[in-house]
Structure formats: structure tokens, C-alpha cells
Design a protein around this ligand. Structure first.
Ligand SMILES: *[C@@H]1O[C@H](CO)[C@@H](O)[C@H](O)[C@H]1NC(C)=O
Ligand SMILES: *[C@@H]1O[C@H](CO)[C@@H](O)[C@H](O)[C@H]1NC(C)=O
Length: 364
């Protein structure tokens, strides 16, 4: 009898742990959208428990970035404001942005510097600009550009439309206030990671189409789209429905913020850059800025197909696009490795970004 107890207890624990992990995740972040008790049946399916536990345990890997975390915390706190102006308010929703000066401004204070707007990711539900201070500094150095890092209203503060409004407000800020910081308001490049790449693409398309819900006059929207010289997407999501299907394979579709930020599945198409691009008229297509897509082949959060499909679509419509598929790089490394020069893929990824950037902005 006693001999039986140990294996039974072990088995009970092996079952109990994944169930507790998955149920806690669903308790906090959302149950399946089935009516009544059916949602619990769906939530308890062994396959869902298995995939969800794996997805949650994957998150443990983020612990290895704790050193980086302290590095950026420390830098952000003690920075003496020579390289960077922090916390500039912009737009209508009380968000702030940080501005990192171009190294070229050290040499001349009459020249204007091209501007990179870096939009961070975080599944439309997390992230803040201070996390990217080290990345922004390196980007300013590598590209010889001024870098703007805006916050935006992530879910639940805002939905994806609010996020697009915030990003376009940050562009508006560059146009209206850039001169006092020596920014060249007519030479802007958007660079985004993950959900941020989605927002860069979507903002560009909204401006191009002159979408009214941006609350910006049409002639200004035209000026703004003309000032965007290129868009670079790192590990981006460009088709929301495709990404939802991928989330299902990881059993994270209900706990993910994506469908909540998009106000439900019925809006996936409206907020997908791919479907909007398919509907552009000929004269609009001609005004789409050139695009650079960079994606790691080891990315399990956003599979590489996302960038491949967008590249195929843009190519078929004769929009200038370059795709870089980088072996062995995963979703996180795509940005964390840009934060410190010694990191493994620093030169690989910056090499691609620089190559694209030089095509967009002619060196002066
Ligand atoms: C940055 O720009 C300045 C001014 O145009 C130039 O003198 C300098 O060589 C550039 N640096 C790099 C690394 O391209
Ligand atoms: C990304 O890849 C690196 C190197 O293979 C690995 O150490 C790290 O755990 C991965 N990160 C995530 C979040 O999967």
C-alpha cells in the first residue's frame, strides 16, 4: 500500500501543476469565450492545458534578461540629460516621449537631423519607453539620427485605434516641435518591433488613406505621409487573423491582449495592414513608403511567415520592400540584442537596419 502512494502522489503533482498554472493564467487574463459552464470545459481541455503551460513556462526565460533590466533602469534614472530629453508630453492622451539626440548634432548646431521614431512592442498591452533607453541610444549612434521613443495607450488604457492615434500624434509632435530640437521634420523613418511594427504599418496606412478617426486635417495627413521616408518592421505582426490562428496553436488566444485591444475578432480585418494594403487604389499604392522587414527564424511568438507574407504581398503590388530572414534569432533577442554592443546579434540586426535606413535617408 505504502509503495503505491509515492507514484500516485507524484502523478497528482504532475497533473496539478500544469492545471494550476493554466487555470491561474485564464483566471487573470480571460476564459474561453464559450457560453456558461462550457467555457470551463474548454479551459480544462488537456490539450489547452498542455500548450498553455508551455507558453507560461516560456515566459520564465525572460528572467535571463534581469541583468539588462537593471542596466536600463540604472541608465534611465541617472542619465544627465546630455544625450536625451526625457518625458516630453505629446498628443491628446497624456502620453510622453523621450528624445535621444543624434551624435551629428555635436558637430554642428545649425544642421537638422533625420528622425527615427521607434515604436516598442508588448502585445498591445504592455511596454514603456524607459525600457528602450539603451536601444534608443545605440540606434542614434548607429544611424546618426535623432531617435524618438513615444509611449502609447496600451490596452486597457486604449484600444488599437487609440494606439494608432498616439503614434500619429507623435509624428505630429515631430512636425510641430522638431525645429527647436534640430529635427528634420521631413525626414522620418518609423521602426517598430512586434506589435510596434504592426502599429507603424497601420499608422502609415491610416495616414495614406486619410482616415478621419485620426482627427488630423487631410492636408496635414498628406504632409505627414510625405515625411515618412521608410518603415522598418522587426518581428512584426501584419495580419491579425493569421496571428490569432497562431495564438490558438499556443492556446494563448483568450489570455492574449490582442483580441481585446482590437475590440474583438470582427475588427481583425480592419486593423490588419495586409487587408488594408489589398484595398489601396493605384495612386495610393504609389505613395506607400519603402518597407524593410527583419525577422528571426527562431521566433515562436510571431512566426517568420508574418513578414514573408507581407513581403510577397507588397512585391506583387510593386511596392519597394526588402526582407531579411535572420537565422537563429528569436522574438526577444531582436530588440534586447540591440541594447548593448556586446550582445550576440547586435551587429547582425543593426547591419540590416542600417542597410535599409541608408536607402531611405541619403547621407548628407
Ligand atoms: C554623422 O553625421 C555627421 C554630420 O553630417 C558626419 O560628420 C559624421 O561623419 C556622421 N557619422 C557617421 C557615423 O556616419
Ligand atoms: C532566445 O534565444 C536565446 C539564444 O538561443 C535563448 O537563450 C533565449 O532563452 C531565447 N529567449 C526566449 C524568450 O525564448
Amino acid at each position: 500500500m505504502y509503495n503505491m502512494r509515492l507514484p500516485v502522489a507524484a502523478a497528482a503533482i504532475i497533473v496539478a501543476i500544469p492545471y494550476s498554472i493554466s487555470l491561474t493564467a485564464q483566471w487573470f487574463y480571460g476564459w474561453p469565450d464559450k457560453p456558461g459552464y462550457k467555457k470551463y470545459i474548454e479551459a480544462l481541455k488537456p490539450k489547452r492545458i498542455y500548450h498553455l503551460t508551455r507558453a507560461v513556462l516560456e515566459m520564465m526565460k525572460y528572467l535571463q534578461y534581469s541583468k539588462l533590466y537593471f542596466q536600463w533602469k540604472l541608465w534611465y534614472k541617472k542619465n544627465d540629460n546630455k544625450q536625451c530629453v526625457k518625458g516630453i508630453p505629446f498628443g491628446h492622451r497624456g502620453n510622453k516621449l523621450d528624445l535621444y539626440h543624434s551624435p551629428r548634432l555635436d558637430q554642428s548646431d545649425t544642421e537638422l537631423s533625420p528622425v527615427v521614431v521607434f515604436v516598442y512592442g508588448g502585445a498591445w498591452g504592455s511596454g514603456e519607453r524607459s525600457m528602450y533607453c539603451l536601444l534608443a541610444i545605440q540606434m542614434a549612434k548607429e544611424l546618426n539620427a535623432s531617435v524618438i521613443c513615444p509611449d502609447y495607450s496600451t490596452y486597457p488604457k486604449g484600444n488599437v485605434l487609440n494606439m494608432v492615434q498616439d503614434i500619429s500624434d507623435s509624428l505630429m509632435w515631430v512636425r510641430e516641435n522638431g525645429h527647436s530640437f534640430h529635427l528634420d521634420k521631413d525626414n522620418i523613418v518609423l521602426i517598430g518591433h512586434s506589435a510596434g511594427a504592426h502599429l507603424c504599418a497601420l499608422t502609415t496606412l491610416f495616414l495614406l488613406e486619410g482616415v478621419e478617426s485620426l482627427f488630423i486635417e487631410p492636408f496635414r495627413q498628406r504632409e505627414m505621409i510625405n515625411s515618412i521616408k521608410g518603415v522598418i518592421g522587426l518581428s512584426g505582426v501584419y495580419d491579425v487573423m493569421d496571428h490569432y490562428e497562431h495564438e490558438k496553436t499556443r492556446a494563448v488566444e483568450y489570455i492574449s491582449t490582442m483580441h481585446k485591444a482590437m475590440d474583438g475578432v470582427e475588427n481583425f480585418e480592419y486593423y490588419s495592414p495586409t487587408s488594408r494594403i489589398r484595398k489601396l487604389k493605384k495612386d495610393q499604392l504609389e505613395r506607400v513608403p519603402p518597407v524593410g522587414l527583419i525577422h528571426g527564424t527562431d521566433d515562436i511568438i510571431v512566426p517568420v511567415q508574418s513578414s514573408v507574407r507581407l513581403c510577397e504581398l507588397l512585391t506583387s503590388l510593386s511596392v519597394t520592400v526588402t526582407l531579411y530572414l535572420l537565422p537563429k534569432i528569436n522574438h526577444t533577442e531582436m530588440v534586447t540584442d540591440l541594447m548593448v554592443p556586446g550582445r550576440h546579434f547586435y551587429h547582425t540586426v543593426f547591419g540590416c537596419i542600417k542597410q535599409e535606413y541608408r536607402k531611405f535617408i541619403r547621407p548628407s
